[in-house]
Design a protein. Structure first.
Length: 317
């Protein structure tokens, strides 16, 4: 009995030591990732929402435009930094950090499409206060589509930048996905796995392989901002990623897309994988949708070719 007790105490001591060590490693990684302070914060610009505070900026005067970033690891409103000042010459430009992203709160919840639908609608009602145009990047296009379907009176024109595949959005969480989510949300050790996924090397590879048409043109400051945002919020940064990886944010938007009669404009990067097939599916669902292909760009045309992107914005809005 005493021998078994000794083994148990030894195991407990080793596990405690390992947990403390991993906790220290996690803290060191998160602190080091934020040393460059790429994401500036104004304490006045927070929307106090029921699931957490939402950071936003407001610039310019004129008709409102709301800019909503993608949901890739490390995404934030910084994604729009190359175009928001130019847009602010003729518009009141609102740029948000979605819940769980950037400078907004990283709530320990299961993130779903409906959470973001409600967040966007409430932001327009309570902060913008009038019908607004929206530019949404990547996966956020699905949030805007559903939000507009639910409360059409809040939305004017909608621009979708490289929206997600309609087929991808139909995929629902299975048992394997639920286990993945549970594993990523394990305290301390789940955070370590998340930090490995959003390491500096992996963020750099994300930009080189998936974000830019020309990998030699990668903006290092943008990559720095993504790396910082992916770690801002400590342990709670992993919750959005776990919901994304496990498909909890997916939703079938086909019915909503067909029902919309708003002006919808898709801007697609020329080298975005399956870009033409994706835009063809959107146009098949709603033939009124217009599409523009930006040459020599990939997933972030507003970052890679801001002047060409702004030309499309001025044409549409």
């Amino acid at each position: 009995m005493s021998k078994n007790k000794h083994k148990f105490l030894t195991f407990a001591a080793l596990m405690t030591g390992a947990t403390v060590a991993v906790h220290f490693i996690n803290h060191t990684i998160a602190t080091a990732a934020q040393l460059k302070q790429m994401l500036h914060i104004s304490n006045d610009n927070y929307f106090e929402w029921r699931f957490g505070n939402i950071y936003y900026t407001k610039k310019g005067t004129g008709s409102p435009i709301l800019l909503i970033h993608d949901t890739l690891p490390g995404a934030s409103g910084y994604e729009w930094s190359k175009i928001e000042d130019e847009l602010a010459i003729d518009h009141t430009v609102y740029t948000v950090d979605l819940l769980g992203c950037g400078r907004s709160d990283k709530s320990s919840i299961t993130y779903t499409n409906f959470v973001y639908v409600q967040m966007i609608s409430d932001f327009i009602k309570k902060i913008i206060g009038q019908k607004t145009d929206v530019i949404a990047s990547g996966f956020s296009g699905s949030f805007v589509t559903m939000a507009c379907h639910n409360e059409k009176e809040l939305f004017n024109k909608i621009m979708l930048v490289n929206p997600p595949s309609l087929t991808q959005l139909k995929q629902m969480p299975n048992r394997k996905d639920r286990l993945l989510k549970a594993a990523l949300e394990i305290p301390i050790f789940g955070t370590l796995v998340y930090h490995m996924i959003v390491s500096r090397d992996n963020i750099n590879n994300l930009f080189i392989e998936k974000m830019y048409c020309n990998p030699f043109h990668v903006d290092n400051q943008m990559a720095d901002a993504y790396y910082e945002a992916a770690h801002k919020g400590g342990y709670y940064t992993r919750f959005l990623y776990s919901s994304l990886a496990a498909k909890y944010i997916n939703i079938n938007i086909c019915h909503a897309l067909k029902a919309l009669d708003n002006s919808i404009y898709i801007v697609e990067g020329e080298t975005e994988p399956n870009g033409k097939a994706i835009t063809d599916d959107y146009c098949a669902s709603n033939p009124a949708i217009e599409v523009s292909i930006l040459k020599e760009t990939k997933h972030l045309p507003h970052v890679e070719a801001p002047e060409a992107f702004l030309e499309q914005v001025k044409i549409f809005f």
